[in-house]
Design a protein around this ligand. Structure first.
Ligand code: SR1
Ligand code: MG
Length: 423
């Protein structure tokens, strides 16, 4: 296939004929297309994802569609998101080696990426719903965030390279637009594509939408998201964008990548652990989930702590960019000045992270794109109870973020709300 052919969506039936001559794919799975088995496994909101197995191995073929898969062709979406995903993956691999799938081939015209088939990995969200405790996720994700977010910023990069990258990713307008609307605005009014568990949550939703402080806070966060081009973000770092085994963790799907605030990836990720925490009650039929709940809170503590300490380590050892130059601090014998600036930066990330986490919780319960943690709770009353607690938690961490000083404080709040009988 060449990049010059007009775009055409692949299908299970056509994939072997269309990619049978692709050297990269053949070298990984074998040339004999009669032995290829193709499955379409995409369960995300946007793209096609095929697993192709051949005589010598397997690979993943991911292809963007010219519209939002979740909604249909009434919502067109640029194929170029595949280009941003490819370029984000190459940068993440360089900045946090081993944290993303290996890329075998990219075809911009067909908006497709051929990449490593991760097996026996499963989606982290699925594992958490099943009540599985993975020992390494906090460390692996904390390191991934610190390394990609630090090394993609003006703290580390040569300013010319960073500006070129900023320009490259600035065109990811349509995907940013999804986040800007779906995360920061739609949950706070009766936007057309919103849905929630009704009628159980109706009065809570009305109250939330009438909450002026919350609405203002959500817009302040949107402003930070849109205006603070600090680093190359993953842009959609939730538990559905992470694949795991007992010992391995890989981040996938960075098609929302763009230059934004460091705190966004961290907040979105931690929000998904807190939502997993609040949804455990809905999955308790097969046994108590107290240990799982405790595990999830521990994961938030460890993720934040690993992020913080790796970010601090990189600050001390790899601060080669134009910001907070060593020539102003360490080289003048002012190591404490550099530490003071680091403290200040981490404090800002902490405060904004809580806000981003709060709005992420809200949008997954009130907006268009819900998550399976709550959606798989079949009993609507039980689901609404879990969701109402998460909504309350999200509101408190978003609005009170400047008064919350530690992750233990946040987790005490989560545990308190979780134990409430009435909502
Ligand atoms: C229309 S896309 C909805 C959501 O799916 C993606 O995974 C992102 O989270 C986006 O917000
Ligand atoms: Mg995705």
């Amino acid at each position: 296939m060449t990049g010059k052919l007009p775009f055409e969506a692949l299908s299970v039936e056509t994939l072997a004929a269309r990619l049978g001559a692709n050297d990269a794919l053949c070298s990984h799975i074998g040339k004999d297309t009669s032995r290829w088995k193709v499955r379409e496994v995409g369960d995300g909101n946007l793209n096609l994802v095929f697993i192709v197995e051949g005589a010598q191995g397997a690979a993943v073929v991911k292809q963007a569609l010219p519209y939002v898969r979740l909604v249909g062709d009434s919502w067109p979406l640029p194929l170029k998101r595949s280009f941003f995903e490819y370029h984000a993956l190459t940068r993440q691999q360089a900045r946090a080696p081993g944290s993303v799938p290996a890329i075998h081939h990219f075809d911009e015209g067909q908006a497709l990426i051929i990449m490593e088939y991760l097996s026996p990995h499963i989606i982290l969200r699925r594992a958490l719903i099943e009540g599985r405790q993975l020992p390494n996720i906090a460390r692996d994700i904390g390191l991934f965030m610190a390394r990609t977010l630090f090394r993609g910023s003006d703290l580390h990069m040569a300013t010319r390279d960073r500006k070129a990258d900023l320009a490259l990713f600035a065109d990811n307008v349509a995907l940013c637009d999804i986040t800007e609307n779906l995360v920061f605005s739609d949950p706070y009014f009766d936007a057309k594509m919103n849905r929630h568990t009704s009628p159980q949550l109706d009065s809570i939703v009305a109250e939330l939408r009438a909450d002026r402080d919350l609405k203002v806070e959500a817009q302040r966060l949107k402003h930070i998201f849109a205006a603070n081009a600090e680093t190359l973000l993953h842009g959609d770092l939730h538990s559905g964008s992470i694949m795991v085994t007992e010992t391995e963790t890989r981040m996938i799907d960075p098609e929302f990548a763009f230059y934004g605030p460091i705190a966004f990836d961290v907040g979105m990720l931690l929000a998904n652990f807190w939502m997993a925490f609040f949804s455990q009650r809905g999955n308790e039929q097969n046994g108590k989930r107290d240990t799982m709940r405790a595990y999830l809170l521990d994961v938030t503590v460890e993720t934040w702590s690993v992020f913080r300490s790796e970010f601090s380590h990189l600050w001390r050892t790899e601060r080669t960019g134009m910001l907070y130059q060593k020539s102003l601090f360490e080289d003048q014998g002012d190591r404490l000045g550099a530490e003071q600036a680091l403290d200040h930066m981490l404090h800002q990330v902490w405060t904004d992270m809580l806000g981003f986490a709060g709005v992420e919780v809200h949008r997954r319960i009130l907006g268009l794109a819900h998550n399976a943690d709550f959606e798989t709770i079949a009993d609507a009353d039980l689901r609404a109870t879990c969701e109402a607690k998460a909504l309350k938690f999200g509101r408190q961490i978003a609005v009170n973020r400047r008064q919350i000083h530690s992750i233990d404080e946040v987790n005490k709040l989560a545990a308190l709300i979780e134990r409430e009988n009435r909502i």
